[in-house]
Ligand binder design. Structure first.
Ligand code: NAP
Length: 368
């Protein structure tokens, strides 16, 4: 006798096979969460070398919000489907694809396009997910944990016992940095609002309330000389303040533009393209300034997509290492909320309001 779950899966598979349509989220104008439209259309067909993936879970993150607003450096031309990261099942193979089989669970970082029931991706972009992992936990690793892992080990090259300051420590990347930093044995300080302080403490960090405390003064008071590394997700002039929290030979890893948003919307009146240009120019000035000024305090830029394009093997290697840590229960991604794909707008509204601890995930194709 099939169990209830097996019967439900059989019925879903039958329903899936009997339709050729799927749901996808589309942005046709840059702007607020209302710009996320649900469309029904024919499923895409894989081209030669591509695999069609039936998406089970797609991550929601601030870079998606920034693309929706048109301010992220990677913002695609309109219309586009958001969604940096996904976990799904191999559904159909294009001509010439080898090494994958139908039903196999895979992960990918397409940068945009993951808010859909079916996506076609080049086979070299897919990373097999080890059996037995939960799709929601697994998708939390693809963007946030790879970012955190590569910044810790490849950009800052942290050593046990070093001191680090993590901005936005209660957020998606912030909680990943705390969990991975604890494994290395770092002494960690994390800026957050008062709502995030308990999570930061639970994960081994010393919270600094960014809304009521001056983090540079707090770091000086708590550490004396300053920290070995700062992970700055805020961007703009904040990067220079982060540099002031460093000890000599320390490093600011600048990687985000959270300060460009207020309440999940574009904080300035500048157009998206002007905003992108200005943000990149500020990064450039601070990186150059940090090398020219005395004090041996460097600012370096980290971008997951740039490193992935330059050396895809590192992305694959680091994601596999993280799947391994998840299997061994050495890391436990915090899942803030799960929404069905059709509620992408509500997911963006929630992320924009702030105070979310951990990852928001969209569930697709009946996954729970
Ligand atoms: N370069 C890369 O490769 C890369 C990859 C992934 C993400 N990112 C960037 O990383 C950043 C974080 O992304 P995420 O998905 O982790 O976002 P998230 O989950 O929304 O977390 C952002 C956190 O920042 C906090 N925050 C807001 N303003 C702050 C301030 N002035 N000081 C300190 N904390 C502040 C928020 O706290 P409250 O809500 O409590 O105020 C929230 O906990 C974004 O800028 C994103 O674009 C970059």
């Amino acid at each position: 006798m099939p169990t209830q779950l097996e019967e439900a899966r059989r019925q879903e598979a039958h329903a899936n096979a009997s339709t050729t349509r799927h749901t996808r989220i589309v942005v046709t104008h840059y702007g607020g969460p209302d710009e996320l439209r649900v469309v029904e259309e024919e499923r895409p067909e894989p081209k030669s070398g591509e695999v069609r993936v039936r998406v089970l879970a797609a991550g929601v993150a601030l870079p998606d919000v920034m693309m929706r607003e048109g301010i992220h450096p990677e913002t695609p031309k309109l219309p586009f489907t958001p969604g940096w990261d996904l976990v799904g099942a191999v559904d159909r193979l294009g001509d010439g694809v080898t090494g994958f089989q139908a039903g196999q669970i895979v992960a990918a970082l397409p940068i945009h396009g993951a808010y859909a029931e079916f996506v076609c991706l080049p086979q070299h972009e897919l990373v097999p997910v080890p059996p037995g992992l939960d799709a929601v936990e697994a998708v939390s690793l693809v963007l946030n944990y790879v970012t955190a892992y590569q910044m810790l080990h490849r950009s800052a090259e942290v050593k046990p016992g070093q001191r680090v300051l993590i901005h936005g420590a209660a957020g998606g990347v912030g909680t990943a940095l705390l969990q991975l930093g604890r494994l290395v044995g770092l002494e960690m300080y994390g800026t957050c609002s008062s709502r995030g302080a308990p999570v930061v403490s639970d994960l081994g960090g010393i919270p600094i309330d960014y809304q009521h405390q001056d983090f540079v003064m707090e770091i000086r008071r708590l550490t004396g000389k300053g920290v070995d590394a700062v992970f700055d997700s805020i961007g703009g002039t904040h990067i220079w303040r982060s540099r002031k929290a460093l000890r000599p030979d320390g490093r600011v890893v600048a990687y985000g533009l959270t300060g460009s948003l207020q309440g999940g919307r574009l904080a300035s009146g500048r157009s998206g393209s002007r905003h992108r240009f200005r943000a990149l120019a500020i990064f450039g000035v601070y990186i150059a300034g940090s090398w020219l000024l005395p004090g041996r305090k460097r600012v370096v830029l980290y971008s997951i997509q740039t490193l992935m394009r330059l050396r895809r093997s590192l992305f694959r290697q680091d994601l596999i290492a993280l799947f391994d840590l998840l299997q061994q229960h050495k890391i436990t991604p915090l899942i803030a909320h799960r929404f069905p794909l059709s509620e992408a707008r509500q997911a963006h509204e929630l992320l924009g309001k702030g105070g979310v601890t951990g990852k928001i995930v969209l569930l697709c194709n009946g996954n729970r």
